[in-house]
Design a protein around this ligand. Structure first.
Ligand code: IPM
Ligand code: MG
Length: 365
């Protein structure tokens, strides 16, 4: 197994969390004799400062030429007054569309070991295991026309049948391997794009008679996510609704720092934690690397077909949490030991090694 992986640490805590995720990949590579080559490039605010563009050509070319891309975070308060197309975030949006991954998978799992961190009551949140499938390349993020014309601003929500269909298929396929339920989220009582969304999802569902389909309006969904998160299996929705609902789903898990994502369906898979650049804790070695580490687990699964290694990393995260280690964001009220970002990364590497050793020993007898 050989792979070229582009690392885009980006802004804020991005470099701190990607460093730990890379260490975990190196650990997996050392155990199994894989050859991963890492190449680091600039994106976002750091790229604007070093080269004037949030997505320099060299970064884009390297990403397109690699087998998978890991991104840390983009965004910085110093660009708050800059127009959208010159902000750090523009680099990420350009990268997403260039790599072509239209289905953004965001699993939200409420681990019992850190249930106390969630403001949602443990008996409500605990055991929730939701896969958000967010359409990533359409809707208001990319629709034209857009812009500000003196005192009027315009954005366009636009969806084609083809864009809806391809992401819906990803959701139904995923549901088949899980608990067999898709909740499609729209605003079909108000928006034409949502009416087309709903019709198309219903049509696609006919190819998946073994999967149960339900529809929720986005406002009702926002409520049900908090009131009864365990009713969800796969949650399928358009770009902006998915952006908002995935942050909300993070509340159930205890921290936004826990969430990973994979953008699949394009030429090159893009993997990024859901959290942002967190300027308030930069440089303190206090960021939660779980989101980035779980993102590389998804990379192993979706880009390289290494399912066993992916689930080993996921199990390692669970083990380390169960052993009581926590970064500050997941420490409150859980009675664990607070560790730094790098200590947490090291603990995951140790756990991954132990899990692999145990399997090896098991197969040897
Ligand atoms: C996310 C982020 C991005 C988005 C930003 C940084 C452009 O919020 O990945 O959820 O809105 O998609
Ligand atoms: Mg977001």
């Amino acid at each position: 197994m050989r792979a070229r992986i582009t690392i885009l640490p980006g802004d804020g805590i991005g470099p701190e969390v990607t460093a730990e995720a890379v260490r975990v990949l190196q650990t997996v590579a050392a155990i199994h004799g894989y050859r991963f080559e890492f190449e680091e490039h600039a994106i976002g605010g750091v790229a604007i400062k070093s080269s004037g563009s949030p997505l320099p050509r060299t970064t884009l070319d390297a990403a397109l030429a690699s087998d998978a891309v890991l991104l840390g975070a983009v965004g910085s308060p110093e660009f708050d007054r800059v127009p959208p197309n010159q902000r750090p975030e523009a680099g990420l949006l350009l990268l997403r569309s260039a790599l072509g991954g239209y289905a953004n998978l965001r699993p939200a799992i409420a681990y019992s070991s850190i249930a106390a961190c969630s403001p949602v009551r443990t008996e409500v949140a605990c055991g929730a295991d939701i896969l958000i499938v967010r359409e990533l390349l359409g809707g208001l993020y990319f629709g034209e026309p857009r812009g500000i014309d003196s005192d009027v601003a315009t954005n366009t929500m636009r969806y084609s049948v083809e864009e809806i269909e391809r992401v819906a298929r990803v959701a139904f396929e995923a549901a088949r391997k899980r608990r067999g339920k898709v909740t499609s989220v729209d605003k079909a009582n108000v928006l034409e794009t949502s009416q087309l969304w709903r019709q198309t999802v219903i049509r696609v569902s006919q190819d998946y008679p073994d999967v149960t389909l339900e529809h929720l309006y986005v406002d009702a969904c926002a409520m049900h996510l908090i009131a009864n998160p365990r009713r969800f299996d796969v949650l399928l929705t358009e770009n902006l609704f998915g952006d908002i609902l995935s942050d909300e789903a993070a509340v159930i898990t205890g921290s936004l720092g826990m969430l990973a994502s994979a953008s699949i369906g394009g030429e090159v898979g893009l993997y990024e934690p859901v959290h942002g650049s967190a300027p308030d804790i930069v440089g303190q070695n206090a960021a939660n690397p779980c989101g980035a580490i779980a993102s590389v687990a998804m990379m192993l699964r979706y880009s390289f077909g290494l399912e066993q290694d992916a689930s080993d990393i996921e199990l390692a995260i669970q083990d380390v949490l169960e052993a009581g280690y926590r970064t500050p964001d997941i420490a409150e009220g859980t009675g664990g030991y607070v560790v730094t970002t790098s200590e947490f990364g090291e603990l995951i590497c140790q756990a991954v090694t132990e899990i692999a050793d145990m399997r090896h020993a098991y197969h040897a007898v």
